[in-house]
Design a protein around this ligand. Structure first.
Ligand SMILES: CC(=O)[C@@H](O)[C@H](O)COP(=O)(O)O
Ligand SMILES: NCC(=O)COP(=O)(O)O
Length: 237
């Protein structure tokens, strides 16, 4: 059984675009859980361009499924995570100016740094996951850090799959098999969508959780727009 964690960053993007509080990210998190989502993911960035640190605190009491906070473990981020104590923290090596996450950790080069952060999180009973590219050596390196899980960075798969190259799944399957053998849980995310999620899940043994935001919110717009336009037309009759 693979859990669906809905990433609500884009709801905050929409809210921030008008400076008010609509749509309300806490209400949205409550709603997706009511609709069956098994987790809520946020990825606050240092510039707070979408999810703000305050949102992370506001969500704490309302996320009764799995609360997954992703981000680069800079001091401000770690202080927040250790205070909130979410179900899971996913460590992502983002540059401050990255438009979105664009690479996994080098778990070999950053082994000591990651091990320290992970030890601290585990002391507070926070499950840890490390964002990684689908490279066998990086999975072995992740194991050395003491992390509970890895999150496979799926952008390359999603892009190639959209071009018809289903063989792009191979390194992901191999990494998942290795992770399971090493006793690491496997999560995945980035650009997963209604088009590619079934194929991905069917080819990844032991896939525990996917976090999906950009496509899920975009698909919701497309799948909901007809209904909403008609509701307006009815009110304007
Ligand atoms: C780690 C990952 O792939 C996602 O968290 C993604 O980076 C979402 O972040 P943005 O919503 O800022 O693109
Ligand atoms: N960890 C991946 C995530 O939370 C959502 O990524 P995306 O679906 O917005 O690309």
């Amino acid at each position: 059984m693979t859990k669906l964690s809905v990433n609500i960053n884009k709801i905050a993007t929409l809210r921030n675009s008008r400076g008010g509080d609509f749509p309300n990210v806490v209400q949205f998190a409550k709603d997706v859980q009511r609709f069956g989502a098994e987790g809520v993911t946020i990825h606050p960035r240092p510039d707070e361009r979408h999810i703000r640190y305050q949102d992370a605190f506001d969500l704490k009491s309302e996320v009764y499924t799995e609360y997954n906070i992703e981000g680069n473990p800079i001091k401000k981020f770690m202080d927040m995570v250790l205070e909130i104590k979410p179900t899971q923290v996913t460590l992502v090596p983002d540059g401050d100016d990255a438009i979105t996450s664009n690479a996994g950790w080098d778990t070999i080069k950053h082994k000591d740094f990651l091990s320290e952060i992970i030890t601290e999180c585990k002391r507070q009973n926070i499950r840890t996951s490390i964002f990684v590219d689908p490279v066998l050596e990086q999975i072995e390196g992740a194991k050395e850090t003491g992390t509970d899980r890895i999150e496979l960075y799926t952008e390359a798969f999603a892009h190639q799959f959209s071009l018809g190259n289903s063989k792009s799944i191979v390194p992901y399957t191999e990494c998942a098999v290795l992770a399971e053998r090493l006793g690491l849980g496997v999560n995945a995310g980035h650009d997963l969508s209604l088009d590619n999620i079934k194929f991905f899940k069917d080819n990844i043994p032991g896939l525990l959780e996917v976090s999906i935001g950009h496509a899920l919110i975009s698909e919701s717009l497309y799948l909901g727009i007809e209904n909403v336009v008609n509701m307006y037309l009815n009110k304007l009759k």
